[in-house]
Design a protein around this ligand. Structure first.
Ligand code: ASP
Ligand code: MG
Length: 405
């Protein structure tokens, strides 16, 4: 017997038939004698639909009312899942975030979990009930409903696994696990048996999104080991856990592609203290998130500053920079939208040399030009022409032997 927290995402509970299938899975695990706490998301698309309705009524709905609205998506699926379980003679009870004792701070639409009072859940588990908990929501100290940011059901599951000291945490989704690359782009991509928290986070921030990053950070902080697996088959998934020594034997764990970035060049800014600060202050005031940054060596007192921003924010960046250009030397802003970012990630980079050389060589051999480079301890990212990034991903995947099982 084990205590297990399971989480089913929006596609897994997308309609009545699928909820029935989920109930069968839960029942099978319950019949093995396990204690089960099950977190569910809203049906796929429901949260987006609710937001769209709110925006059709007012362009800037208040965050409090948005939270009031969004919590109903998960409230539907918890009740339906509990009802489905009762329909197959499994004793089950559903809880909203508030009823489950998930207390958050006051920041509507992106609240942080402060504490979990799991007394009620513990009592139900002892009584042999399966407990179904609404993902993505909690309650603040003033009794107001809050939500945890998009994709926040993952966080609910990880936080409950920590609070309940669960033996296992299983994140059920519509993919089989974490892959060495996007299988739609790289046909030879392989499912990973395991991956470290840091690698998972770097892959997510590089464009391969399997889970909400905040929940992976939370899991890392509290040492929650979890498995990402499919609810549509019984294949083993990918275990996400703390880095262990043997993980470093593999230099590159995965390759990620991000096609949602754009490149911004601010040319001819004054090469003096304060110029970069002014540029990035303007961007941060406009809430534009900057990713890679390169400044070339200044010549004759001027330099170029190149960086990437989400493609959806290029207009915002343009508008934020225009008024401050005069202050930094009167240069120009150019935006290039036809770029993409390729990243290779692996904890083995910490102890292996020549990783960058190998990546650059494989791109050079194919005549692919690198426009920008940035690195972290376990990641190398390059900006390339968008039309060639899929090919580049396949080349990198092969160069680091990820094609082999
Ligand atoms: N329903 C919420 C969303 O779509 C939370 C989740 O799915 O995890 O963001
Ligand atoms: Mg979701």
């Amino acid at each position: 017997m084990a205590r297990i927290v399971q989480k089913y995402g929006g596609t897994s509970v997308g309609d009545v038939e699928r909820i029935k299938k989920v109930a069968e899975r839960i029942k099978a695990s319950r019949d093995e004698g396990n204690e089960l706490v099950v977190v569910v998301s809203a049906r796929a698309g429901v949260t987006n639909e609710l937001i769209a309705r709110a925006k059709a009524l007012s362009p800037n709905p208040s965050d409090r009312e948005l939270d009031q609205l969004l919590v109903i998506g998960e409230q539907e699926t918890i009740a339906l899942t509990a009802i489905a379980l009762q329909g197959v003679s499994v004793d089950a009870v559903s809880y909203t975030g508030a009823q489950a004792g998930i207390f958050t701070d006051k920041v509507h639409t992106k609240a942080k979990i402060k504490t979990i009072n799991a007394k009620a859940i513990e009592k139900d588990l002892t009584a042999g009930r399966v407990v179904i908990v609404a993902g993505f929501q909690g309650i603040n100290e003033e009794g107001q409903a809050t939500t945890l940011g998009r994709g926040g059901s993952d966080l609910t599951a990880i936080a409950l696994a920590a609070a309940l000291k669960a033996d296992k945490c299983e994140i059920y989704t519509d993919v089989d696990g974490v892959y060495t690359a996007d299988p739609r782009v790289v046909k030879t991509a392989k499912k990973l048996e395991e991956i470290s928290y840091d690698e998972m986070l770097e892959l997510a921030s590089s464009g391969s999104k399997v889970m909400q990053s905040r929940s992976v950070e939370f899991a890392k902080k509290y040492g929650v080991v979890f498995e990402v697996r499919s609810s549509f088959n019984h294949n083993p998934g990918t275990i996400v856990k703390e880095e262990v020594e043997y993980m470093e034997r593999v230099v590159v764990r995965g390759v990620a592609v991000d096609k949602d970035q754009a490149k911004v060049v601010v040319s001819n800014i004054l090469d003096k203290p304060g110029s970069a600060a002014r540029v990035f202050r303007a961007l941060s005031d406009a809430n534009v998130v900057v990713d890679m940054i390169v400044q070339n060596v200044g010549r004759q007192g001027v330099a170029n500053l190149t960086f990437t921003v989400p493609r959806t924010d290029t207009q915002k960046a343009q508008r934020a920079l225009q008024p401050i250009l005069a202050e930094v030397g009167g240069g120009t802003v150019t935006i290039e939208e036809t770029i993409a970012k390729l990243s290779v990630v692996g904890v083995g980079m910490k102890t292996h040399s020549g990783v960058a050389a190998q990546l650059f060589q494989s791109l050079a051999d194919a005549g692919i030009n690198i426009e920008m480079i940035s690195t972290s301890e376990i990641k190398i990212s390059v900006v390339l022409e968008q039309t060639r990034v899929d090919e580049a991903a396949r080349l990198a995947h092969a160069a680091f032997n990820l094609d082999q099982a």
